[in-house]
Structure formats: structure tokens, C-alpha cells
Design a protein around this ligand. Structure first.
Ligand SMILES: Cc1cc2nc3c(=O)[nH]c(=O)nc-3n(C[C@H](O)[C@H](O)[C@H](O)COP(=O)(O)OP(=O)(O)OC[C@H]3O[C@@H](n4cnc5c(N)ncnc54)[C@H](O)[C@@H]3O)c2cc1C
Ligand SMILES: NC(=O)c1ccc[n+]([C@@H]2O[C@H](COP(=O)([O-])OP(=O)(O)OC[C@H]3O[C@@H](n4cnc5c(N)ncnc54)[C@H](O)[C@@H]3O)[C@@H](O)[C@H]2O)c1
Length: 470
């Protein structure tokens, strides 16, 4: 039986850097992947969606050309060409990753589905891939998640799409029905609408992206409707079936929606079912995720879980950060300038609608709960419509919101929803990493004319949360 110092199961967003990091420390590493190297992000997540989003945004801006004094002919989208551009980007990213792993001495990539098969006589893990077995001193799980589809009557009679099969289409859907109005549903909905599909979003909550503040959900609903997307909120699906046009969806209130395709964007399920974790005495939580401590160690010694599967993040950057936590822990680094602990890092992400929503730390809804507990919480908002640069760009949708601890003066959260919000949010997350007073940020000299130049002005308007919303 071959032996490795470390075996990584799943080539998620932590795995390649972890594999190379361990190999650079002199360890022999096997990286096991059952599907395509690069995982969800590279193959059916971030990379393809952000590439296709660009085609959609170009189409949108060209349609708006007259707003900027530019005339065009009729605007058409060459869907196969946009998809080819996307696939080329994905293939290039995967090729680069594959080459990097191949040229790293000490890393062996093994294709197949990995699972645990107990311990050998020396107490080392046994890992199986098909008929092959390996022993390993350390095992790292980075197996990610897959699309979750809720039980819907009639589902077995239609070809429902998920993020991966939607991105594999060669023809533009005539009418795309999207179930779920959160990250995937909203990003895909806007992209396909702009590429030329009719789009209907069927969402079970009373507002889109219900984890965000109410006014953020309202803004999203407004620009979706302005772009011609039909929304069904508080919607309960009674059933789906085949129809002349493709699919007929019926809601419990009797509404019938005839579409050509249906995408389920209703959350994710962890890839732990193939892992046979019981063989090493590890249990998942009730939803199938792997519990870990803040250093991402499971209850079984020398077995770690990184990425979405540990439910401590659901993003590429959190998965990548997980590998830094693990390496720092193995190296016994105690650097006070680094967050090397999954409990301490703030939540930060962007939702890549257009305009994008950048978020870090507390939302207003979460901050209100702290204020209700008696914490001294300050808040300041500014509408994008009041920001010169946004006006100059004719892209005035959205808002900036900053939340501060009135006692410690630390920034607790920010929302930058508007032009370049996905980039500007890093100003706040970077600053929050210093733990410094917001008053220092207020003294920084911004460049004119930028959206970010308003940050000191917004901070000057901080008010107690309750009073700000009274
Ligand atoms: C449509 C979409 C868009 C997204 N956009 C963004 C975005 O813009 N920004 C962002 O930060 N996040 C985005 N995400 C989320 C992001 O893709 C994930 O959070 C990220 O990929 C982290 O995943 P991971 O490291 O846990 O593993 P994954 O990337 O999910 O990879 C896990 C890998 O493990 C493999 N695997 C599973 N089980 C086994 C096994 N038993 N043996 C061998 N291999 C196995 C799988 O085949 C897969 O390749 C998006 C997700 C989707 C679906
Ligand atoms: N920009 C990004 O970083 C990005 C982009 C896409 C995806 N992702 C990741 O992918 C993950 C999955 O995204 P997602 O949007 O599928 O999941 P999600 O869990 O964020 O949202 C699922 C949505 O579907 C709705 N829903 C669930 N069941 C429904 C039903 N039966 N009928 C109608 N609506 C229903 C829910 O109310 C919820 O709003 C997220 O956790 C996110 O981290 C990230």
C-alpha cells in the first residue's frame, strides 16, 4: 500500500494551495479529485459566472448606449460566442491549475472518488480510490457542495437545471424559470435576462436575498423588474410538468408559469455521502456537514475539513483562507497580525448582480439586535444617487452603509451596494483587519472623483442606530 504524509480528498479552493504548501514543507501529498480539477469555483461557479456576467453587462451597456450619447444598431447577443468565451476562460484556469500541481515536486494528483476505509495496523488512515488503497498520516477533506433541489411534485418528469447544467447549455433559453432568489438565482437571472432570455424568479420568501437588509432587497427587486424580470415572491410550488413550451410550473395560489427551462438555485448540499466518514468514527451534523473547531480540526486527530463542507464559509475566499489557517496551525505560527482562526474572521462577500453588493461584517438587521441588547451602535448611510462619481457614470442604483461600535470605535460592518461595490468593500475589510478606530479612516485622503471618496463624509454622519432609524 502506497503511503503519503498527507491525502487531500477533493480539489476545492483550499486543496491546491494546501497541497503545494505541504509539499514545499517536504511532505508527500496525494490530491484526490473525482470530477474536474478546480472544483465548483473554477468549473461551474465563480469563474464561468463572472466571465459570462461580463458579456451580459456589455449587452446591457450597449442597450443603454443612447444614455451616453452613443448610437448603435440593433443589439444582438451571440450566445454561443459568449459561452465559448466563458468556456475558454474556465479551460485556461483549469489548465493553469493542473500544470501548477503537476510541476510541484511531492504532489500526486489521483483521479477518482476518495473515501475513508479505517486505520491500518500503525494507526494511519486508509484512503480508498476505486480499487486502490493508500495510507496517510494526515487527511484533509475539501469536497465542497453540490446543488440541492427541494422535493417538488412532478420533478422527475422534467429536465431541471442546476448551475452546472445551465452553464453547459448551447442554446439560449427562451424563458428561464429560476427557483430561488438568492446568490445563484439573482446572478444567473440577471445574466440570462441580459443575454436575451425571458426570466421569471420564483422565490419562497417575501423578499429577494432575504439575508440582506430590507432596503437592499427592495433595490434588487426594483432593478430586476426594471430590466423585465418577473418576480413571484412568497411563492410555493405546487408542481411541475412537461408542456408544449418545455415546462409548466404551477404555484399553490394557482398561478401557472410556462417556461422553456427551469433552474433550481435553492441552496447546496455537502459532498460527504461518498466519504464513508463512519469508518474513522466521524459523524456529520444533521445536514451532512463536518463539524470542526476554529482551526478546522475535526474530532478525529489528524483529520481536517476545509471549505464549504465545514459550514464555516460558503465562498472561495473562505475556503482558500481555511488552508492558511491549517498551514499556520501546523507551522505553529502565532502571528498577531493574522486571523488564523475561522471564528475570528468577519463574514465578507460580494453578490455579483449589477450593481454588485459588497458586504463585510454586520448588516443593519444584525446590528439592530446588538443595539437592542444595549450596545452603543452607530450607523451611517448614503445613497449612491448622492455620490458624484455614480452620477457621472449614470449608475446611481444602491447605497453605502457603515456600522460602528460607538465605544471601541471599531468598524463592525459595511455594505457597499452599487458601482464597484465588490471592489470598494475591501477598503472596509482591510481596515477592519487592523482593528483601528474609524476616526483614522476618516483622516485618510481619498482620490477624487471616486465612489470611495465619500467614505469620510459618510463616517462624519454616524448616528446612534435607533435614532438613525427612528
Ligand atoms: C454558480 C456559483 C457561483 C459562485 N460564485 C462565487 C463567487 O463569485 N465568489 C465566491 O467566493 N464563491 C462563489 N461560489 C461559491 C464557491 O464556488 C464555493 O464556495 C467554493 O468553490 C468553495 O468550495 P470548496 O473549496 O468547499 O470546494 P469545491 O470548489 O466545491 O470543490 C470540491 C471538489 O471536491 C470534489 N469531490 C467531492 N467529493 C469527492 C470525493 N469523495 N473524492 C474526490 N473528490 C471529491 C468535487 O468533485 C469538487 O471538484 C459560487 C458557487 C456557485 C455554485
Ligand atoms: N457571489 C458569490 O459569492 C456567490 C455566487 C453564487 C453562489 N454562491 C454560493 O453558493 C451557495 C448557494 O447559493 P444559492 O443561491 O443556491 O443558495 P442560498 O442558500 O443562498 O439561497 C437559496 C434561496 O432559495 C430559496 N428557496 C429555497 N427553496 C425554495 C423553494 N422551494 N422555492 C422557492 N425558493 C426557494 C431560499 O429562500 C433562498 O433564498 C451560497 O451559499 C453562496 O455562498 C456565492
Amino acid at each position: 500500500m502506497n503511503h503519503f504524509d498527507a491525502v487531500i480528498i477533493g480539489s476545492g479552493q483550499a486543496a491546491p494551495s494546501l497541497a503545494v504548501g505541504l509539499a514545499n514543507r517536504g511532505q508527500s501529498v496525494a490530491l484526490i479529485e473525482g470530477d474536474k480539477l478546480g472544483g465548483t469555483c473554477v468549473n461551474s461557479g465563480c469563474t464561468p459566472t463572472k466571465t459570462l456576467r461580463k458579456s451580459a453587462r456589455v449587452a446591457h451597456m450597449v442597450r443603454r448606449a443612447a444614455d451616453f450619447g452613443v448610437s448603435t444598431g440593433a443589439v444582438t447577443v451571440d450566445f454561443p460566442a459568449a459561452m465559448a468565451r466563458m468556456r475558454e476562460r474556465v479551460d485556461t484556469a483549469r489548465r493553469g491549475l493542473t500544470a501548477w500541481l503537476k510541476r510541484t515536486k511531492g504532489v500526486e494528483v489521483i483521479h477518482g472518488w476518495g473515501s475513508l476505509a479505517g486505520f491500518d495496523e500503525n494507526g494511519r488512515f486508509i484512503v480508498s480510490v476505486g480499487e486502490s488503497k493508500f495510507s496517510a498520516d494526515k487527511v484533509f477533506l475539501n469536497t465542497g457542495t453540490r446543488s440541492f433541489t427541494p422535493p417538488v411534485p412532478g420533478l422527475e418528469n422534467i429536465d431541471a437545471l442546476d448551475n452546472a447544467s445551465l452553464l453547459a447549455l448551447d442554446e439560449l433559453p427562451d424563458h428561464l424559470i429560476i427557483v430561488g432568489g438568492s446568490y445563484i438565482g439573482l446572478e444567473m437571472g440577471q445574466i440570462f435576462r441580459r443575454l436575451g432570455s425571458k426570466v421569471t424568479v420564483v422565490h419562497r420568501s417575501d423578499r429577494l436575498a432575504e439575508r440582506e437588509d430590507e432596503d437592499v432587497s427592495e433595490i434588487i427587486a426594483k432593478f430586476f423588474q426594471d430590466e423585465g424580470v418577473t418576480l413571484h415572491l412568497n411563492a410555493k410550488i405546487a408542481g411541475v410538468g412537461r408542456s408544449m413550451r418545455g415546462v409548466l410550473m404551477t404555484l399553490e395560489d394557482g398561478t401557472e408559469i410556462a417556461g422553456s427551462h427551469v433552474l433550481f438555485a435553492t441552496g447546496r448540499a455537502p459532498n460527504t455521502d461518498k466519504l464513508n466518514l463512519a469508518a474513522v468514527g466521524l459523524e456529520t451534523d444533521s445536514r451532512g456537514y463536518v463539524p470542526t473547531d476554529a482551526k478546522l480540526r475535526t474530532k478525529v486527530p489528524n483529520l481536517w475539513a476545509l471549505g464549504d463542507v465545514n459550514r464555516r464559509g460558503a465562498f472561495t475566499h473562505t475556503s482558500y483562507h481555511d488552508h492558511e489557517i491549517v498551514l499556520a496551525d501546523l507551522d505553529k505560527i502565532k502571528d498577531r497580525y493574522q486571523w488564523k482562526d475561522a471564528d475570528q474572521r468577519p463574514t465578507t462577500y460580494a453578490m455579483f448582480t449589477d450593481p454588485p453588493l459588497g458586504r463585510v461584517g454586520l448588516s443593519r438587521t444584525e446590528a439592530r439586535k446588538l443595539a437592542a441588547e444595549g450596545r452603543n451602535i452607530l450607523i451611517a448611510d448614503m445613497k449612491m444617487a448622492d455620490i458624484s462619481r455614480a452620477k457621472e457614470e449614470s449608475e446611481t442604483t444602491g447605497l453605502i452603509r457603515i456600522i460602528v461600535d460607538g465605544d471601541s470605535e471599531a468598524i463592525l460592518g459595511a455594505t457597499v451596494f452599487g458601482i464597484a461595490g465588490d471592489e470598494i468593500i475591501a477598503i472596509f475589510s482591510n481596515f477592519m483587519a487592523t482593528g483601528a478606530s474609524y476616526k483614522i479612516m476618516q483622516q485618510a485622503l481619498p482620490v477624487h472623483p471616486t465612489v470611495a471618496e465619500l467614505i469620510p463624509t459618510i463616517l462624519a454622519g454616524l448616528k446612534p442606530l435607533a435614532a438613525a432609524n427612528a
